[in-house]
Design a protein around this ligand. Structure first.
Ligand code: DAH
Length: 333
């Protein structure tokens, strides 16, 4: 069998190796012929004969495999040398990407408020208790803190549960004086996970402050109605519903007529015909006190961007926005 080893070793191309393979391992090859000799071997020698032959076969197979990968590598580097890839060549299969629906919705929101002369403020994601709660009229042990189950870093720091602390940071910024017209887009964090909640999501906060008497609920109502019609179309109905937030007084939640059933009532709007989209109100005097403002009035609002994206694109499960599933994302190309 020496010469069989040589047959493999002397192959210098994949083609000659293939010829050797057929000659050695093929159905009518040398090994097959050797195995066929079993029939004429005396019974007591059969076991020994088969064992030796199998050892030989395994040796040859190992040799063959090693030789094959050697030759394949050589062939590959040869062909790379010969036909290099032209990376500048136009590729007609290039697929373009698209903005994620959350970014797309965020951009649309920002466009609206920038066109209305609002500035954009961005702030830190790890907030202290004072800015996230205390200054927003949410003292320690206030039951309303339960509305926002929180990731605490330690006793004093939290992953911000809303974008409202940016109101405080903006008003306390020495370089900023009323009139203020700002929005603050960004991520926020809560201990929630179900079809309409994820632990990280995005909000946009709005704040308008000017001399006392210059900013009223009528201004708030105008801007939010105009904004919601811009986002959801002029056909939708809008209603302001009295509500409670610690940092606004009076407070209102804003509903739009259900975009799924056009207000007739369906499972998604719990058969009310309305969907809640936004919190808002006139800035509570205690908030102005906390930041040292006097003789001003203002309004504020805040809402979740994922919820807007879901309603605009009729996405039934909010969590799917964070699954990076191309079947969803490709629809936005
Ligand atoms: N921060 C509130 C939340 O996360 C939303 C909100 C409600 C913001 C009313 C406001 C507001 O500025 O006036 O639920």
């Amino acid at each position: 069998m020496e010469n069989l080893q040589e047959l493999i070793e002397s192959a210098d191309t994949l083609q000659t190796l293939e010829v050797a393979r057929i000659e050695i391992f093929g159905k009518k090859g040398i090994l097959a012929a050797e195995f066929a000799k079993m029939k004429s071997v005396p019974n007591e020698e059969k076991k020994e004969f088969a064992k030796n032959l199998n050892i030989e076969k395994a040796k040859l197979t190992g040799l063959f495999d090693a030789k094959k990968s050697l030759l394949q590598e050589a062939a590959l580097s040869e062909s790379m040398k010969k036909d290099g890839v032209d990376v500048t060549l136009f590729n007609s299969y290039n697929e373009s990407g698209a903005l994620h629906p959350v970014n797309e919705t965020m951009n649309k929101i920002i466009d609206y408020f920038v066109s209305m002369n609002f500035s954009i403020e961005e702030e830190r994601l790890v907030e202290d208790d004072f800015h996230n709660f205390e200054a927003l009229n949410l003292p320690k042990y206030h039951p309303a803190r339960d509305m926002q189950d929180t990731f605490y870093m330690n006793d004093d720091y939290v992953l911000r549960t809303h974008t409202s602390p940016v109101q405080i940071r903006t008003m306390m910024n020495k370089k900023v004086k009323p009139p203020i017209r700002m929005i603050s887009p960004g991520s926020v964090f809560r201990r929630d996970f179900d079809v309409t909640h994820t632990p990280m999501f995005h909000q946009v906060e709005g704040l308008v402050v000017d001399d006392e008497g210059k900013v009223s609920f009528a201004h708030l109502k105008f801007i939010l109605e105009d904004f919601l019609h811009y986002m959801f179309g002029n056909e939708i109905e809008i209603r302001f519903r009295p509500s409670y937030f610690p940092f606004t007084e009076p407070s209102a939640e804003v509903d739009i007529s259900c975009v799924f059933c056009e207000g007739k009532g369906c499972r998604i709007c719990s058969h009310t015909g309305w969907l809640e989209v936004l919190g808002s109100g006139m800035v509570d005097p205690n908030v102005f006190k906390a930041v040292g403002y006097e003789n001003v009035s203002g309004y504020a609002f805040g809402f979740g961007v994922e919820r807007f994206a879901m309603l605009i694109h009729r996405i039934p499960d909010l969590r799917s926005l964070f699954e990076a599933d191309l079947r969803l994302l490709e629809q936005f190309r």
